[in-house]
Write a protein that binds this ligand. Structure first.
Ligand SMILES: Cc1ncc(COP(=O)(O)O)c(C=O)c1O
Length: 455
């Protein structure tokens, strides 16, 4: 939901309140140029129409969730100061808010003495996790990073950037890491780091973290959890038992990535990396001739790879967490729980449908399905056509390429003329999707009827 008129009045009040804090300073004026601003804004508004309607419940395509109004407002409020959370002299209040917000996220995973910070997003956060893994690895014979073949593509790229050899571990039919395949890789004796994904980007699959931890006891490696998408689901009560156990096991990992800009109701530019052992801060240590002079308290720039970072992002997150603390049984948890419930209802609808076949039950709130045809390529074509027809009916889905091994349920496909199928994909990330599910399924059915009429 976007801020409404009343929200904007509240913002005006808060801006005045903030200004009063600097009221003793002499007045100054800067150029206003209202006419020019109005013209530019009008052009921006027109250009921005060339987007899918991400904010609307009929948008169920990619991982896009509207920020909470309080995040909008707090971000804008903070922008009147435009703090930089690199160092305390760039953003004293917002740095403290960042530390508090990150501490609260760490507690969600059961950590009370950890070290973490916000960053640009999941990619940057995973880069820092693998960089630390490389820096503290004392065994030159174990440089390899393993992650599932369904992990986010960022891991192989980041590993290449860090000159760390990367190997993908096979995934099972549900998209989760295959534990036997992992053990085979570990037997090679060259693995220093394993990345477990709790909530894969394709379908929200959950790698079997408790079993991975058992292998860590046996083989010894650093364990990083990428839960950029899924992390907040640790708060919900309607996970499958193996997912619940995996989320509960995060506390045993060495580092974790979660993106407040995915399910944490934040504008983009808000990822988070947390290390269980605060001692890894030593790896970040560096001198700066320009900053860190204003306080002996530690500066976030001293434990972050990025230098300048938006204080406003921390303020927005902090403000949102005041309103919606990330606690179990909270309103925030219930909203996520509702998304998961909607995904399960959508899955059930697809399962009961004579026209569509879901791939497997969702673990989080991402659903994959197809309207099968005789061959894998014809099924893929139908997915692309349905995507277009649905969009013309204002229902916005996504198309995702799924390996054959994950298409066990698509038994309608007789001819495997390619080793993958393009399927339809929905991320039912908005609590409103619950109420809108009948409309979504009606439009999906209508899209199929149109496709069949065209044939
Ligand atoms: C599991 C996972 N890891 C990492 C990323 C990359 O995050 P970002 O797009 O914020 O850089 C994503 C993005 O979808 C993700 O789903």
């Amino acid at each position: 939901m976007n801020p409404d008129k009343k929200h904007l009045q509240l913002l005006q009040r808060a801006l005045t309140d903030l200004e009063q804090g600097f009221g003793r300073l002499p007045d100054f004026t800067s150029a206003t140029e209202y006419d020019v601003v109005a013209g530019v804004l009008e052009t921006v508004a027109h250009r921005m129409r060339d987007n899918y309607p991400y904010h609307h419940p009929l948008y169920v395509g990619q991982m896009l969730k509207p920020p909470h109004p309080v995040a909008h407002l707090a971000y804008t409020l903070a922008m009147s100061i435009n703090p930089n959370n690199h160092a305390l002299d760039g953003g004293r209040a917002s740095s403290r808010m960042e530390k508090e917000a990150v501490e609260e996220i760490a507690k969600m995973f059961g950590w009370s003495e950890s070290l973490g910070h916000l960053c640009g997003g999941g990619t940057m956060a995973n880069l820092e996790a693998l960089w630390i893994a490389r820096e503290i690895n004392t065994d030159a014979n174990r440089p390899v990073v393993l992650a599932s073949s369904q992990c986010h593509y960022t891991h192989s790229r980041v590993a290449a950037l860090l000159a760390m050899p990367f190997r993908a571990v096979a995934a099972d039919a549900s998209g989760a890491m295959d534990i036997q395949a992992l053990e085979q890789e570990l037997q090679q004796g060259d693995v220093g780091t394993v990345v477990a994904t709790l909530g894969t980007t394709l379908c929200g699959a959950i790698d079997p973290l408790p079993q991975i931890l058992k292998l860590r006891d046996q083989y010894g490696f650093r364990l990083h959890v990428d839960t950029a998408y899924g992390g907040y689901f640790t708060l919900v009560d309607n996970l499958d038992p193996h997912a619940r156990m995996a989320f509960d096991a995060i506390r045993e990992a060495d580092s974790v990535v979660i993106d407040p800009h995915k399910h944490g109701l934040q504008p983009y530019g808000c990822g988070c990396i947390i290390f269980k052992d605060p001692g890894v801060g030593r790896v970040y240590r560096h001198e700066s001739p320009y900053t860190y002079f204003s306080s002996d308290e530690f500066h976030l720039g001293e434990i972050s790879l990025e230098c300048s970072r938006p204080g406003a992002a921390a303020v927005a997150l902090w403000a949102t967490m005041q309103m919606l603390p990330p606690h179990r049984h909270s309103e925030f948890a219930q909203q996520l729980q509702q998304c998961r419930q909607t995904a399960m209802q959508f899955y059930q609808w697809l399962h009961n449908s004579a026209d569509f076949t879901p791939l497997f039950g969702p673990q989080l709130d991402i659903v994959l399905w197809a309207a099968t045809a005789q061959s894998a390529s014809a099924t893929s074509r139908r997915s692309r056509q349905l995507f277009e027809i649905a969009a013309a009916l204002d229902l916005h889905l996504a198309v995702a390429t799924v390996p054959r091994a994950m298409c066990v349920s698509l038994q309608g496909i007789q001819d495997w003329d390619q080793d993958h199928v393009e399927c339809l994909r929905a991320c039912v990330m908005k609590p409103e999707h619950h109420e809108w599910l009948p409309e979504i399924t009606a439009r999906l059915q209508q899209s199929l009827a149109q496709l069949e009429n065209q044939a």
